[in-house]
Design a protein around this ligand. Sequence first.
Ligand SMILES: Cc1cc2nc3c(=O)[nH]c(=O)nc-3n(C[C@H](O)[C@H](O)[C@H](O)COP(=O)(O)O)c2cc1C
Length: 339
Amino acid sequence: MREEHNVSSERKKDHIDLAFKSRVDESQLDRRFHYEPMLSAHPDQIDLSIHFLGYNLKAPIWVSSMTGGTEMARTINQNLARACSEFGLGMGLGSCRSLLYDEVSLEDFDVRSIIGDDVPFYGNLGIAQIEQLLAESEQDRIHRLIEQLKLDGLIVHINPLQEAFQPEGDRFERAPIDTLDQLLEEVTVPIIVKEVGQGMGPDSLRELLKRPLAAVDFGASGGTNFALLEVSRSSKDYTRFLRPMVRVGHSADDMVEIVNHLVDQLGGERKCQQVIISGGVKDFLDGYYLTKKCRLQSIYGQASGFLKHAMGDYSTLRDYVRAQIDGLALANAFLKIKH
Ligand SMILES: Cc1cc2nc3c(=O)[nH]c(=O)nc-3n(C[C@H](O)[C@H](O)[C@H](O)COP(=O)(O)O)c2cc1C
């Protein structure tokens, strides 16, 4: 009792010390939500689960694709896979291009035994590689990759600006949508299509939603931007002059609105039923807001958000993911989005 009293007076002292420093002025208010404190108990048992990509995820969260290929990538992928297994989340690998022709970096990607069989685990290739493999009738390499890593399916990234900015970048000989159509005929595994940080406009999204894709992953603008990354990496004037292109694109919020509109427009023509809302999603509040606003079955994805916490000790990542999930539960209990 005495101890409780001491803790309580210590806390009160902290409160007084911190109160003057802990002010949120009106301009900082998050106006996307109505806050409703009267209607729920604390969320010990909120069920955040969602049926997605044929699995029951325990929370609507996706680890977005990040490249492998270095010693650090192995640690990152293993940590991320462990978190997905522990918390019941889905994961997309970064580009598996290096595995198409040799197995040197296999261990960086080979995390099925860590992630387990209860959550979706997808590989990743660029549309440029797919175009090339199909042109050379080498689709067997894709099947081999899928078997090697025991993948549930493949994510195809569409990155024309990044390729254009890279001195060693690939050039697309065909429109990505044509390559995608051919891929869909050649493989039977589920396919997800994503951008890499620029998002996509209504015409591209319309075409994608008309295809039998497992999902579209936004890779929207607002977070990591690979066109900008390539400009920063380059010392050439030529690349610097292309810089205005880094400011074009679509935010995740824009893309949710476009998708909602397309749901009505496409009606029965729509064959893709699910989206991963990613690109510039800073935290669970963004994720909560966007998934609630989206009319399609959706989860949210983060790349850089996870990366920051996945490079060292697993416990750092674990704390981050747990806080995201607990935050989502709080949001579900006390926040309603303003429509
Ligand atoms: C270090 C890093 C590596 C990435 N590598 C890939 C990749 O190999 N394939 C891919 O489709 N996207 C890749 N991305 C893009 C992300 O999947 C994601 O679309 C983009 O970073 C936007 O999400 P964010 O704002 O949460 O970072 C990478 C992102 C980062 C930060």
